[in-house]
Design a protein around this ligand. Structure first.
Ligand code: ADE
Length: 224
């Protein structure tokens, strides 16, 4: 999978996209992530990339020209399955969206700043708008990093234990059950007996019941 990220702040991706699982996926050649600095494409002699809103009010709007030129350049190089704009008024990210995006070949992600991008960019280039929740961030960069992380860990081979991603919370519509590891007793705190019984069938049933109970208590909305 190839992901192109269009941003005014490429440095914001250095941590999230150069460590841990994302790093491993890149090293294995399973994902190719490229960050592009929108400012490099402005034809404005002062390197300006924003301007006042025609509608007035506080806050600047990102101008069309640098973004359009960058999108056109990338589109001439390859076909994109989705051109995503991250914005609080997009569809809220969930596991289903992450699953579907993980099956794609080439994605572009545009990060907005200030009051956002000129609406005409959204009308003419964007195929999908995603929010990561009902709160407002300083810009789309952290949201884009969240989306990339949630998507690439689903690509086969990125996580070493392949079944691991399948047993995550939400993957079967339920939260994940509690987990324990050695020692079986610490400070008098004991692991549930059933997990030490060796009875795989009973353990599986226990996990399903725990997942269901946890979901019922914490996220009853998921059971509807
Ligand atoms: N940009 C600012 N806030 C955002 C959010 N919640 N989701 C996606 N992009 C954003």
């Amino acid at each position: 999978m190839r992901i192109d990220i269009l941003t005014l702040f490429p440095e914001m991706f250095v941590g999230p996209l150069t460590e841990s699982i994302v790093k491993r996926g890149r090293e294995k050649g399973l994902i190719d992530i490229q960050c592009h600095d929108i400012r490099d494409y402005t034809k404005n002699k002062h390197k300006k990339v924003d301007d006042y809103a025609f509608s007035g009010g506080a806050g600047m709007v990102m101008t069309i020209q640098p973004i359009a030129d960058l999108i056109e350049k990338l589109k001439a190089e390859r076909e994109y399955d989705e051109i995503i704009y991250v914005t609080p008024d997009g569809e809220t990210l969930n596991q289903g969206i992450a699953n579907r995006l993980s099956l794609k070949g080439n994605l572009m992600i545009l990060c907005g700043h200030y009051k956002g991008v000129d609406q005409r960019i959204r009308d003419h280039y964007i195929t999908k708008e995603i929010s990561i929740g009902d709160f407002v961030l300083t810009g789309g960069e952290l949201a884009a990093a969240v989306i990339v992380d949630s998507v690439i860990r689903l690509i086969p081979g990125v996580i070493s234990d392949e079944t691991s991603a399948l047993t995550d919370s939400f993957q079967d519509g339920l939260l994940a059950p509690p987990v324990y590891t050695r020692p079986a007793e610490y400070n008098g705190w004991k692991v549930p007996d059933i997990l030490l019984s060796g009875d795989e069938k009973k353990i599986e049933a226990w996990k399903e019941e725990q997942a269901y109970q946890r979901t019922k208590e914490r996220r009853p909305d998921l059971l509807k």
